[in-house]
Design a protein around this ligand. Structure first.
Ligand code: NAD
Length: 259
């Protein structure tokens, strides 16, 4: 049985992970952690202090905030629990902290835990290698009106994949366009955030040539998609040694490449 300590348990993703874990025969959520003010009314057994309950788990699953992810990294390194973190809005310094944590325990951070997005990234690399280098790339993401960070962590991950494949600097990114900017230059990479309604997560990568375009798109209909990926990541990490892992490592186990 995999013992999961859940940070951000009262939130939208926390609830989705609880539901996914309840349906998984090999996973047991042994501690629910959230800020005291957000504990459900009448809830018993909740904690506000991750450090006090971390030893109840083999793995901490974190969907809270950048602050929460920092706490989770420090606690996991100190207590020896593996860390699955989906919190977004992390800084470069937070990335360094997670790399340090990964020297002591297994860590899997993903800005999008959907296995479909992991597959989208594989498909994007293949598409970028297949189309002429002159084709323009634009990323459009849509999320619900309550989302705090823009563009989404997933859009930034996809943009980083494009920049790596095309050798583009970070300054190539254009977040929205307005005014008399003139023609698009060939070394731009558009990343555009649309906000409204209840969209769970929609990412389109457009590769545009002369008179034709190719579109790769992933739509998350339900937070359950992220929760399933986080549970798959927890299963993967409890068999792994210290180190930084990606969802593609998990994908290779749950969907091994066809021979
Ligand atoms: N990686 C993914 O697949 C994925 C998917 C959806 C959301 N997210 C990210 O996960 C995070 C949570 O998303 P959500 O939609 O569930 O948000 P939410 O606001 O519904 O829930 C967040 C919960 O975390 C708690 N929290 C925040 N900081 C905390 C801290 N320091 N200590 C304890 N509890 C803390 C809040 O009280 C709240 O209950 C966000 O960063 C979001 O961008 C990631």
């Amino acid at each position: 049985m995999i013992r999961v300590v859940l940070l951000g348990a009262a939130g939208r993703m926390g609830q989705a992970v609880q539901a996914a874990a309840a349906a998984a025969p090999d996973v047991n959520v042994t501690a629910l952690v959230d800020q005291g003010a957000n504990h459900p009314a009448g809830a018993v057994g909740w904690s506000s202090d991750l450090a006090a309950v971390a030893q109840k788990g083999d793995v901490v699953v974190d969907f809270s905030s950048a602050d929460g992810a920092r706490v989770a990294a420090a606690v996991c390194a100190a207590k020896g629990a593996a860390l699955v973190t989906g919190s977004t809005g992390l800084s470069d310094a937070d990335g360094v902290l997670l790399r340090e944590t990964a020297k002591r325990v297994p860590v899997l951070r993903a800005s999008n835990f959907s296995l479909g997005v992991a597959a989208l990234r594989v498909a994007l690399r293949a598409a970028l290698a297949a189309v002429p280098a002159s084709w323009d790339v634009e990323i459009v993401e849509r999320h619900h009106r309550l989302k705090k960070d823009s563009p989404s962590g997933t859009a930034l991950t996809l943009a980083a994949d494009v920049r790596r494949a095309r050798g583009l600097p970070e300054q190539a990114i254009r977040n929205g366009r307005s005014g008399l900017l003139g023609p698009r230059s060939s070394d731009e990479l558009g990343v555009h955030a649309v906000r409204g309604g209840t969209w769970v997560g929609d990412h389109q990568v457009l590769l545009a040539g002369e008179g034709e375009w190719l579109e790769l798109r992933h739509v998350a209909q339900d937070r359950g998609a992220f929760a399933q990926g986080a549970i798959a990541a927890a299963r993967f990490l409890v068999t792994a040694g210290p180190g930084e892992y990606t969802l593609e490592d998990v994908l290779r186990v749950v969907a091994p490449p066809a021979r």
